[in-house]
Design a protein around this ligand. Structure first.
Ligand code: NAD
Length: 474
């Protein structure tokens, strides 16, 4: 019987995932551990390290009962029957495969630590997204670093949650994937134990079992397909702008095709987040390592189109505003990579802001959940003058790159020449655009990078509006 679970890595996946397991399995003790002291103390405080709708409630229900957060990693690994490894697997930045391959150093150090401290049999679960055949390497690390007394079974159980809806996704998943093989690499016994945990709240027909390699690859394939769909509709948006078609109408037509379905068909300034680009690059590296250059090139295009979409947006802003944004105040509404999350990893806002700053714009940024510190870190460059106390003077037309961060949307837009909506936060649909228009320089531009605003209403007020995939004069 499983008495204790340990989750290594208390990030965007580890925190919510382990918390929901604790919620649904009250008889199991769940310890979430991390090398980051600041993250663990935030999980133990009232100000959680990440924002997710519904997360606080789950933590409040379980913390102090069967859920704990700790930096005493070795103790909890030693005591656990099942260890979920939720550590980060970023893209390698140097050495072999730099810029493409997954950096497994965090995973490797977790595996070595597990081998060092374990004295009883363990099921080790790959929750992080890893390259196909990673379990083989992990087994070698575990077996060769143990005294032979401990039996390890390795399972792949990739996570399909989406940030912004992760609690809902975890409580009501469309599927749970468990990959296992024979022998040490996740035999039937281990599969059944993990299945039994999920069976506490997930209907049996949604729990899919596959072999290990299919499970590992399926997660990469899943993200690649989603990102590809976004790049496909974004590529269409460029064509719509060139031809007078309307991408929303094209999406609507596509969504009625039952073979295609309706999701992931919204044109936008581009996808972001920590996963899509990194997982496609990982896939590209795996293809190239297997001599499949044409297949690698196919997936590379998904990222190229995404980069093109971001630079196209910047170009549209600059050209629409009389071919220069130098010294002009541009209000950036939304900085997180999607709504309902505070996560800014790979957010398109970073590239768009940097593109506008390259033309010496003065940016005033507002995001309901992203802190000023985070924005400063993301945009950090010596050239920026951070001035958040005084209002940027419009039309001073200097060569200074100036950024201000505001906690109020009306302050951020006051005296602005243009507004760029970069995240689809719901509140951007209901703010008082007449009030904003009255306080802006004229002509007042809106560039809706998420196609969420009521264009007709904005035009009636007097804005010049640019949406993705629609001609400017429509
Ligand atoms: P994250 O960076 O938010 O969290 C990872 C945590 O692991 C960090 O807090 C880090 O300090 C900790 N860590 C690293 N090495 C450690 C070690 N040896 N011992 C203990 N703790 C250690 O990352 P994340 O967004 O939670 O992603 C984790 C994994 O899940 C990645 O492989 C990612 O691709 C995958 N994934 C992410 C998402 C998502 O939406 N973020 C969704 C599905 C899958």
């Amino acid at each position: 019987m499983v008495k204790k679970i340990c989750g290594i890595g208390a990030g965007y996946v580890g925190g919510p995932t382990m918390a929901v397991i604790a919620l649904k399995c009250p008889s199991i003790e769940v310890a979430v551990v991390d090398i980051s002291h600041s993250r663990i103390s935030a999980w133990n405080s009232d100000k959680l390290p990440i924002y997710e709708p519904g997360l606080e409630e789950v933590i409040q229900q379980c913390r102090g009962k069967n859920l704990l957060f700790s930096t005493d990693i070795e103790k909890h690994v030693y005591e656990a029957d099942i260890i979920f490894v939720n550590v980060n697997t970023p893209t390698k930045t140097s050495g072999l495969g730099a810029g493409k391959a997954a950096d497994l150093t965090y995973w490797e150090s977790a595996a070595r630590m597990i081998a060092d401290v374990s004295r009883s049999n363990k099921i080790v679960v790959e929750k992080s997204t890893v390259p196909v055949r990673t379990a083989e390497v992990i087994e070698k690390i575990l077996v060769h670093n143990s005294n032979g007394m401990v039996k390890y079974q390795i399972l792949s159980n990739p996570e399909f949650l989406s940030e912004g809806t992760s609690i809902q996704d975890l409580l009501n998943p469309d599927r749970v994937l468990i990959g296992g093989n024979d022998k040490n690499l996740g035999g039937q016994e281990a599969i059944q134990k993990l299945k039994a945990i999920y069976a506490n709240w997930v209907p049996e027909d949604r729990i899919i079992t596959t072999n290990l390699w299919s499970a590992e690859l399926s997660k990469l394939a899943d993200n690649a397909f989603l990102a590809q769909r976004i790049s496909s509709i974004n590529a269409m948006s460029a064509l719509c702008e060139a031809t007078g078609a309307d991408v929303s109408q094209v999406s609507c037509v596509l969504s009625k095709n039952t073979k295609l379905g309706s999701k992931y068909l919204n044109a936008s300034v581009g996808f972001g987040g920590s996963c899509f680009q990194k997982d496609i690059l990982n896939l590209v590296y795996i293809c190239e390592s297997n001599g499949l250059v044409e297949v690698a090139n196919y997936w590379k295009e998904v990222i190229k189109v995404n980069d093109y979409q971001k630079s196209r947006f910047v170009k549209k802003v600059v050209t629409s505003m009389f071919n220069t944004v130098s010294g002009k105040k541009i209000a950036v509404l939304g900085f997180s990579f999607k709504k309902d999350t505070s996560d800014t990893r790979k957010t398109p806002a970073i590239d768009v802001c940097k593109g506008l700053l390259a033309d010496n714009a003065c940016l005033s940024i507002y995001d309901p959940r992203v802190s000023e510190d985070q924005i400063r870190t993301d945009l950090s460059t010596n050239e920026i003058r951070w001035d958040c106390s005084t209002q940027v003077k419009p039309a001073s037309f200097t060569n200074v790159k100036q950024v201000s961060v505001f906690g109020d949307v009306y302050e951020a837009t006051k005296d602005a020449h243009g507004i760029c909506v970069l995240t689809e936060w719901d509140e951007f649909k209901t703010i008082d655009y007449q009030k904003i228009f009255d306080s802006m320089e004229k002509p007042a531009f809106v560039f809706d990078g998420r196609n969420v605003l009521d264009v007709d209403k904005l035009k009636k007020i007097g804005f010049i509006v640019y949406s993705i995939g629609k001609p400017i004069d429509q």
